[in-house]
Design a protein around this ligand. Structure first.
Ligand code: TPP
Ligand code: MG
Length: 358
């Protein structure tokens, strides 16, 4: 019997869980300023998450999905992309969004039910957060097709969770990207859970990367808690896509060390010992240890950085809370240039109902 293809999946890691460098970094990453900038983004995302949860608990925003423990993925994506690439995110991607011109107050507006938060003031190309699972993958294929049609050397970068890879939208998107040679980068946040459903109940596939191989797309696994490995591999994949015009998939291995959203209580289904083990591998501690071994990072600098990041977030929260409220019925206005008659009727009914209520 002849073998058609070996289906081995490479796993890439640069920093072990103690922050020790396992192999030399490429010259582009041997840069103190960049290494600290990455750490700052990790911390900023972590602190914003904590602040957003507090705002939800005090009724100031409606709901929120944290990226706690998964910050390295979005941090690396934002750093690696070019400004003219297009990002098609899902709801755990704020670390990327804040690097691409989306403000903290816009993100808070989104989770506060204010549609103006998706009408980015300083980000003309990227898509808004996507909560319907996996639908953004199909949108990304449309974007990638448009980029190819316009002969641009840009890439549509789309993210989703492990659970989303069970949906037809995922398989259809992979198939079309590969068959039509589209410049799309799929990055999967494999945080081991889809709300309360663990990965092994979600799929019998050995890895999510194998699903891409089946579609004819090269794929690798990367330690998703290692911001350096993520950045190196995403940069390499983007370059390969720009050269070849063909898609690529990265499965980022991480763990959701938080509730699914503020509407969830993970302690009801997540094993406490497994969680404790996962916390030891999270990305912030690891990168901080690495910086400390480089001799340029101290506890003093660390404290100052946390203080600075929190201040930046508090100022954004202030701006969010002092923003003039949206007009009643405003949420009807963003889908169509001209509202169809039935929706116009609903909008008017809604506004009248509010007046009646007052
Ligand atoms: C089409 C659709 N079906 C169901 C849901 C409810 N839902 C919200 S999050 C989620 C699980 C997603 O898990 P995963 O893709 O692994 O992403 P994660 O939240 O773990 O990052 C589900 C089923 C939804 N938002 N959209
Ligand atoms: Mg998941």
């Amino acid at each position: 019997m002849n073998t058609q293809q070996n289906l081995n999946i490479e796993f890439s890691q640069y920093l072990d869980i103690n922050g020790t460098l396992l192999k030399p970094l490429p010259a582009t990453l041997d840069n103190e300023e960049l290494l600290i900038a990455l750490y700052r983004l990790l911390v900023l995302t972590r602190l914003f998450d904590e602040t957003a949860v507090n705002l939800q608990r005090t009724g100031i925003i409606g709901t929120y999905a944290q990226s706690k423990g998964q910050e390295a993925i979005g941090t690396a994506i934002g750093r690696a992309m070019l400004a003219d690439d297009v990002f098609i995110p899902y709801y755990r991607d704020i670390a990327t969004q804040i690097q691409r011109g989306v403000s903290f107050e816009e993100i808070l507006q989104y989770w506060g039910g204010d549609e103006r938060g998706s009408n980015f003031a300083d980000q003309p190309n990227d898509f808004s957060l996507c909560v319907p699972i996996a639908t953004q993958l199909c949108h990304a294929i449309g974007v990638a097709f448009a980029l190819k049609f316009q002969s641009k050397r840009n890439v549509a970068v789309v993210t989703c969770g492990d659970g989303a890879t069970s949906k037809g939208d995922f398989y259809e998107s992979l198939n079309m990207a590969a068959a039509m040679h589209l410049p799309a980068l799929f990055i999967i946040n494999n945080n081991q859970w889809a709300i309360s459903v663990p990965l092994h109940q979600q799929t019998a596939s050995k890895t999510i990367a194998h699903k891409a191989i089946g579609a004819g797309i090269p794929a690798i696994q990367v330690d998703g808690n290692d911001v350096l490995a993520m950045l190196i591999n995403i940069s390499k994949a983007l370059e390969q896509i720009r050269q070849s015009g063909k898609p690529f998939l990265i499965e980022a291995i991480t763990y959701r060390i938080c509730d699914h959203t503020t509407a969830d209580d993970a302690s009801r289904y997540m094993d406490a010992d497994v969680l404790q083990e996962a916390i030891k591998k999270e990305p912030l501690i690891r990168h901080k240890r690495f910086l400390s071994t480089q001799h340029f990072w101290t506890e003093e600098k660390d404290k100052a950085l946390y203080h600075d990041c929190q201040q930046q977030i508090d100022e954004a929260v202030d701006r969010y809370q002092n923003f003039p409220p949206q007009a009643a019925g405003d949420f009807f206005d963003y889908m169509y240039e001209q509202l169809p008659a039935d929706l116009l009727e609903q909008k008017q009914g809604f506004i009248q109902g509010l007046k009646h209520h007052e």
